[in-house]
Design a protein around this ligand. Structure first.
Ligand code: ADP
Length: 481
């Protein structure tokens, strides 16, 4: 996979941040470790040289005593001895007397008799360990010098052993250490780069997918969903996103279905109107009785259409949250007026309308027209779905001083259990043909539910097939009453 890191992208920023942080941390660590190791290497070299100088000084005690006691002229053995002590390449061993004058040196360039007054010798005379790094004017390399006193049995100072090695050998070792450290640092930085790139990708990829899916959904592919992946928060985001997409899709499908249903419901009365119009133009021409009959049927069709359209308009207004004005109202008088209006219908259907409403009810905040629609739809249904001889009860009461309950109960056909969850849905009818014959479009209860909901209330149904149904509308009592 070819991949270019865009520094302004989330992934780019994360990767660069990780890298910079690692670089700083690693740089600090390498610097600190390197300096410590460098110090330790110098110290070790000095210690080794010091130890060697002390050993040589001890070994030289007797030869030097002999040499002082008259073998000075022979000189040779001690020179050989000194030269043999210079084991490492370029190591220089010099023997000096107590006055810092060179007696013998392994390095021919340091002739006997030369006076050396150098810091490490003063240090050795004062009994301190002392090292000194310098480059002598005639020498080609810089050297580390140490010195150790040579004493006789009684501890009297007889001279000094001066030891030196070129610093280049120490520095070469230190350089090796630094190279090793930088190499290890480089490898670690490389690994960090890979890991941080991968980590950043773990975060940025789910977000990229989310963006891509959003774009696809926006351009109409409603079924697209994202795969939950990456960190938990990102997976949760994906799940919530998918749920939201589900909701949107469902809503759009519902709207589509609603439009289809509405068109279908409008088609029936329109077809019937058209047929009757044709009949009027052909068969009923000149026949006054037939004309009157068709006209009356056409009036019913138009009524039906008008009701349907009115219901659809109210439903969509409620859906938009467009509520008509409300007032505080005692529902009793409104209910009694409705009873007057509906009694003849019940009577015509050979049903008894029983009324149980108190003279006064606590006020509720309602739109009176909409409340009338609610009660009228419920009583209409009760009349429609109760066979002749049955009984309908309209009652109202106060519940726990918080709600007003309006109940419409009938002894009709009832509603099958499996249909109960659906009866408040738009266009839902238990028995399509029977309902249509009754002139229902399945919008009555949907309207009831939307209106009651808009008033902050609930509507409930209890029904058993063959025994009847009870619908209860619960409305909150207006505050401050
Ligand atoms: P419709 O216009 O068909 O009456 P509704 O929305 O008012 O539509 O009612 C939906 C369905 O609920 C009806 O088709 C009917 O089957 C059932 N229903 C409503 N009220 C009653 C009732 N009182 N008794 C029996 N069934 C009822």
């Amino acid at each position: 996979m070819r991949y270019r890191l865009n520094p302004s992208s989330l992934q780019g920023r994360l990767t660069l941040t990780y890298l910079v942080l690692t670089l700083l941390g690693l740089g600090g660590l390498i610097g600190w470790t390197g300096l410590r190791l460098q110090g330790a290497a110098l110290e070790q070299a000095e210690l080794n040289l010091m130890r060697e100088a002390t050993l040589i000084a001890n070994a030289l005690r007797e030869p030097l005593e002999g040499w002082y006691e008259g073998e000075r002229h022979e000189g040779r053995p001690i020179e050989i001895l000194i030269r043999s002590y210079a084991i490492r390449p370029e190591e220089r061993v010099t023997l000096l007397d107590a006055g810092f004058q060179v007696l013998v040196s392994s390095d021919r360039r340091v002739p006997p008799g030369t006076l050396q007054s150098t810091p490490e010798l003063f240090g050795a005379r004062e009994g301190r360990k002392f090292r000194h790094v310098r480059q002598e004017s005639w020498d080609l390399v810089e050297r580390l010098f140490v010195a150790s006193p040579v004493t006789d049995e009684e501890g009297r100072l007889m001279g000094f052993v001066q030891l030196s090695i070129p610093t280049t050998s120490i520095y070469a070792q230190i350089r090796q250490t630094w190279i090793g450290l930088f190499f290890a640092g480089g490898v670690m930085l490389g690994i960090t780069a890979l890991v941080s790139f991968w980590l950043a990708r773990q975060i940025s990829r789910p977000l990229e997918n989310l963006t891509k899916t959003s774009e696809q959904i926006a351009s109409g592919s409603l079924h697209e969903r994202v795969d939950p992946e990456g960190a938990e928060e990102l997976r949760r985001l994906a799940v919530v996103f998918n749920r939201m997409a589900d909701k949107i899709q469902e809503m759009l499908m519902r709207q589509k279905a609603f439009a289809l249903h509405a068109a279908h419901e409008l088609r029936t009365p329109l077809t019937s109107l058209r047929l009757r119009l044709e009949m009027l133009q052909t068969h009923a021409r000149g026949d006054a009785e037939l004309t009157a009959r068709y006209l009356s049927q056409m009036e019913q069709d138009v009524d039906h259409l008008q009701r349907l359209i009115q219901n659809l308009l109210v439903l969509s207004a409620l859906e938009e949250g467009d509520y008509p004005p409300r007032v505080r109202l005692d529902l009793s008088p409104l209910l009694y007026t409705l009873v007057d209006e509906l009694s003849p219908l019940a009577l015509r259907a050979s049903l008894k309308l029983h009324v149980d409403i108190p003279a006064h009810l606590p006020p509720v905040e309602v739109n009176a027209d909409q409340m009338r629609t609610v009660v009228r739809n419920l009583v209409d249904n009760a009349i429609k779905y109760t066979p002749a001889g049955g009984r309908i009860t309209l009652s109202a009461r106060v519940h726990e001083e918080k709600e007003v309950h309006i109940t419409v109960a009938d002894t009709g056909v009832g509603i099958p259990e499996e249909a109960l969850p659906h009866i408040f849905e738009r266009f839902y009818r238990v028995d399509k043909r029977a309902a249509r014959r009754q002139g229902g479009a399945g919008l009555g209860l949907a309207l009831v539910r939307e209106i009651v909901r808009a008033h902050g209330g609930h509507v409930e149904v209890y029904s058993r097939p063959g025994e009847g149904s009870t619908f209860t509308v619960r409305l909150p009592i207006a505050k401050g009453s």
